[in-house]
Design a protein. Structure first.
Length: 246
């Protein structure tokens, strides 16, 4: 679709991001840091507070397609499904089907948070990773299984055990920095920090400096992959080597 607003937001690209309704992190952060001329357009999927596998699955089934359809009406250049947990609790085949369905039905390149993380790890040449998250132990363990099934060797990890979806945004940068250090194994080639409703991007540079290894977060990787799918290759400083060099 040709650019319709030559001097307005989105004149270079429009990025659509679908997020759970409790997410207060991804949309404002992405809008602040995208390059000039790139517009971020979000749609929300209602989800109850509990961060259980059943809640994520119900959200997908009842809300996901409607949210994607809303976004399609602004003719985005890429659509990102912004819920890491919904993919990890349903598996690789589900994630691949979701991406294919979006691309087919709306003629738009698509990614998911989980797929963006795997793509980022491959781009950085990282095959052995440590994974930390704000999730419950149940979801965190599913996450480790998911990324292992995607071909990554998982060594080390930690989680915060947060059970309320809105509260996933509450951990302060110091707590996230400590989480990253605690869960990182010296044998890992990168640290993955998941959840798009966690302010993980605030500690990427700090953790990379301390660990000496790349840090991949759900927020950073999802935005990075969506921008690249939309043909935007600007480097963005301050949020790790992924956005700065790739």
């Amino acid at each position: 679709m040709a650019r319709r607003h030559l001097n307005g937001d989105g004149r270079r690209a429009r990025i659509g991001i679908v997020v759970p309704s409790v997410n207060t992190v991804m949309e404002p952060w992405a809008q602040r840091i995208v390059p000039d001329g790139v517009g971020i357009f979000a749609a929300r999927m209602f989800i109850p507070p509990a961060t259980t596998p059943e809640a994520f699955i119900e959200m997908d089934r009842n809300e996901g397609k409607a949210a994607i359809r809303q976004l399609s009406s602004v003719f985005p250049d890429a659509i990102a499904y912004g819920c890491t947990a919904s993919s990890i609790v349903q598996g690789l085949a589900y994630d691949a089907h979701l991406r294919a369905e979006i691309s087919r039905d709306h003629h738009t390149p698509s990614t998911t948070a989980a797929h963006a993380i795997v793509t980022a790890a491959k781009t950085l040449g990282a095959t052995t990773v440590s994974i930390v998250s704000p999730y419950t132990r149940e979801v965190d363990e599913a996450e480790h299984r998911y990324f292992a099934s995607a071909g990554l060797k998982v060594v080390g990890g930690a989680c915060l055990g947060i059970t309320d979806g809105f509260a996933l945004a509450e951990p302060e940068p110091d707590a996230l920095f400590e989480l990253g250090q605690r869960g990182f194994d010296s044998g890992a080639e990168a640290l993955i920090m998941t959840c798009l409703n966690t302010r993980s991007h605030t500690v990427i540079a700090r953790l990379e400096d301390r660990l000496g290894k790349p840090v991949i977060t759900s927020t950073q990787a999802t935005l990075w992959h969506a921008l690249r799918l939309a043909g935007i290759d600007d480097r963005i400083a301050g949020y790790g080597v992924l956005l700065e060099r790739h």
